[in-house]
Design a protein around this ligand. Structure first.
Ligand code: SF4
Length: 497
């Protein structure tokens, strides 16, 4: 549909602009960069918002601005500290480009951002949309800011069924968006269009047309085609690579290493990552050949890391080393073989140090989260080992370690002790989940929650918080409950249940 036919006379455009601005005034969400749209703040926020949701960005933005409140601070910051501030936000080249652009501003622009979109686009990391957003919001330049939200709105308004992957279509929609720009409050108008796409003219599910201020101008709405538009053809498939992550712990330290600068996630730190899916035996052989003395290897769950063009399918192992490994290896000289690139040396750091100093790749956060969890709760492993050791001394009881769970089996009964890592991440302190055979209800002052038994009523879970050591009280309770379960199971069987 040609633009003129769609919107028609000038007064209709003015009416459309007024409706978008009124709607924005009433419905805009409060955002720290909106409440104070200084150029530096708008720039940082727009870079953070690329590929990232507003809710995710806000805490990162506040932390970033607190530490780096000016272009000068950004230009001076060390890369590790910069990436630490960005840790978890993804697309780390954005952070590096910000710093490079800040240096350029200090060297050649007196530390100030240029005020036009065309000049802004000369800075690293600033593309056409971002330049339009900064120039219109921070400097009032009459220029469109057409992001994915606005492309969707424009495609529906004009009922254009073309393929949104096609740059020719994008150019047509951009020209239409430019035609709609008002002479004043351009930044607000652009934000209004973006906000309309984010809140009302939403993707995937049906747009909320009943809440839309411009239905009368929307061809898709008027023809009932809005759920079919925009069309986007399937992108190319991601290639798949198998990897194995190793969470290697020795005493209170974990092995990490820095990814080479030119690799994917370059410059970030990571848990050692091996090519292919290794078996526990492979892991053992490989690490022993590097001089490590292995105490225990536990299989962690499988996960995926998805990048725009690539998917890693990851297996993970938690490897505990005997303490002498670290002493003999003189701290940071042990290496783990990797075929992808030259292997950087391992660095051994406590969880606290990692949390404070090392920007970690969060692409496979299933494992890095475990590292943080263990680190923040360093007594969990000793607790785990103490329970196993003490219970294994009970007559007629066998214990088996699987992942983060210990299973105890005796003649007629079973009990599990779980140290769940992810299921109850909101728990404030160390905790154990104890699962007992049968459905006996256990009352204990330290039990904070009894989890619903499974539907077959053969098990019952209880959660105990603030477990920092296996004291006599907890131990005797575990043993009593275990024997209680055994006895009850035996009785049940005797009754033929
Ligand atoms: S009327 Fe519906 S489809 Fe059209 S712009 Fe508004 S929300 Fe989008």
């Amino acid at each position: 549909m040609a633009g003129k036919q769609w919107m028609g006379e000038e007064w209709r455009i003015k009416d459309f602009q007024g409706k978008i601005l009124d709607w924005f005034d009433k419905n805009k969400r409060s955002m720290p960069w909106r409440d104070d749209p200084a150029p530096y703040r708008v720039w940082v926020s727009e870079i953070m918002l690329q590929q990232t949701r507003v809710d995710t960005v806000i805490p990162y933005f506040n932390r970033f601005l607190e530490r780096l409140p000016s272009v000068e601070n950004l230009a001076d910051v060390e890369e590790d500290e910069l990436l630490k501030l960005w840790e978890g936000l993804g697309y780390y080249s954005r952070a590096r480009n910000l710093k490079a652009a800040a240096t350029e501003l200090i060297n050649n622009h007196g530390g100030k951002l240029p005020e036009t979109a065309s000049e802004l686009q000369k800075l690293k990391g600033i593309g056409e949309y971002t330049a339009g957003a900064i120039a219109s919001i921070a400097f009032g330049e009459k220029v469109a800011a057409v992001d994915g939200n606005v492309f969707r709105v424009m495609a529906r308004l004009t009922e254009n069924r073309g393929d949104l992957r096609d740059n020719r279509l994008k150019n047509i929609l951009k020209r239409e968006a430019e035609r709609l720009l008002p002479d004043r409050r351009i930044g607000d108008f652009n934000q209004g269009m973006i906000e309309l796409g984010a809140l009302v003219c939403i993707s995937r599910v049906s747009p909320k047309c009943a809440e839309c201020p411009v239905t009368e101008y929307c061809l898709s709405f008027n023809h009932g085609t809005q759920v079919m538009i925009p069309y986007k053809s399937k992108g190319r498939d991601r290639s798949i690579q198998n990897k194995t992550v190793l969470l290697i712990r020795c005493k209170d330290k974990f092995a990490i290493r820095k990814r080479p600068g030119n690799a994917l996630l370059g410059g970030l730190w990571e848990l050692p990552l091996e090519e292919g899916h290794l078996t526990a035996e492979d892991v053992q052989k490989r690490l022993e050949s590097q001089g490590m003395k292995i105490k225990e290897i536990l299989f962690l769950k499988n996960t995926k890391a998805i990048f725009s063009h690539l998917e890693w399918r990851i297996h993970g192992y938690a490897v505990t080393l005997w303490e002498s490994s670290l002493e003999e290896a003189a701290g940071d000289t042990m290496k783990v073989a990797e075929t992808e690139e030259a292997t950087p040396a391992l660095v051994w750091a406590t969880g606290e140090e990692i949390g404070l100093k090392y920007p970690m790749a969060s692409a496979y956060s299933e494992y890095t989260d475990e590292l943080h969890f263990f680190s923040k709760k360093p007594l969990i492993f000793p607790v785990y080992e103490a329970i196993r050791e003490k219970i294994s001394q009970l007559p007629g009881v066998n214990s088996k370690v699987q992942k983060t769970q210990i299973t105890f089996t005796a003649e007629n009964a079973f009990a599990w002790v779980w140290l769940p890592i992810r299921k109850l991440r909101d728990r404030p302190e160390n905790y154990l989940i104890l699962t007992f055979g049968l459905d006996h209800q256990v009352v204990h002052p330290r039990i904070v929650q009894a989890v619903e038994p499974y539907p077959n009523r053969w098990t019952h879970h209880v959660i105990i918080e603030n477990v920092t050591e296996i004291d006599e009280e907890i131990m005797s309770w575990i043993i009593q409950a275990y024997h209680f379960a055994r006895g009850k199971k035996s009785k049940s069987r005797a009754k033929g249940k």
